[in-house]
Design a protein around this ligand. Structure first.
Ligand code: 3PG
Length: 205
């Protein structure tokens, strides 16, 4: 999925009614996968509504507990993203047959990820942890592991991340800023999404 969708928006919605117009704005910009976070109460209902939006693959973000894995999968999330690595969260997602994308920040996290059978992880917060250079160094002993950097990724630096063979996709919130969502600036979001996808496809060659 990450290889087919190189830009994964991280979304915070304040009202469930924003979910579908936002999903449509992203689809119009060429983005067909999105991570709706549980950072607001509207997140879960947003996932439920987006699950019914044709053409959109919706995942849940900021998933912290195994109980939340059950909730988001029941709501229709088809992947589960966490800021860090918790074995119980990963195992629950695996039991339910849904890909888990936990955040990692160091080699010890990666060893745990390997022990859980994971082949994909989120690298978070990417910019503060050392950016592409850190991923390059960390990936050396972990052949076959792929990374989705998130946190501080932007239009300006996404190409530096995607230049790494172990980075099939990047993630970020700049094309779905909360202020834009709350202002209903759907056309602006479509434009930012298209710009991000173009830059990513150019970087991937
Ligand atoms: C995440 O959870 O991945 C981040 O909040 C996204 O980071 P950004 O806001 O710096 O893009």
């Amino acid at each position: 999925m990450l290889a087919a969708h190189p830009v994964v928006p991280v979304v915070v919605i304040d009202h469930p009614d924003q979910a579908v117009p936002l999903g449509k704005a992203l689809l119009a910009g060429g983005i067909a996968v999105m991570e709706v976070t549980l950072r607001t109460d509207a997140g879960l209902e947003g996932i439920r509504r987006l699950g019914a939006l044709e053409g959109m693959t919706v995942g849940a973000g900021s998933v912290l507990t195994p109980g939340q894995v059950d909730e988001v999968v029941q709501a229709g999330a088809t992947f589960v993203v966490s800021p860090g690595l918790n074995a119980e969260v990963v195992r629950r997602a695996q039991e339910l047959g849904v890909p888990a994308l936990p955040g990692i920040g160091n080699a010890s996290d990666l060893m745990t990820a390997v022990s859980l059978g994971l082949r994909e992880v989120k690298f978070f917060p990417a910019g503060l942890l050392g950016g592409p250079a850190m991923i390059k160094a960390l990936s050396a002993p972990f052949a076959g592991m792929t990374f989705m950097p998130s946190g501080g990724v932007s239009l300006a630096n996404l190409g530096d991340y995607l230049a790494l063979p172990c980075v099939p996709a990047i993630s970020g919130s700049w094309m779905v800023e909360r202020a834009l969502i709350n202002a209903g600036e759907w056309d602006a979001i479509t434009k930012l999404a298209a710009e991000a996808v173009d830059a990513a496809r150019a970087a991937l060659g």
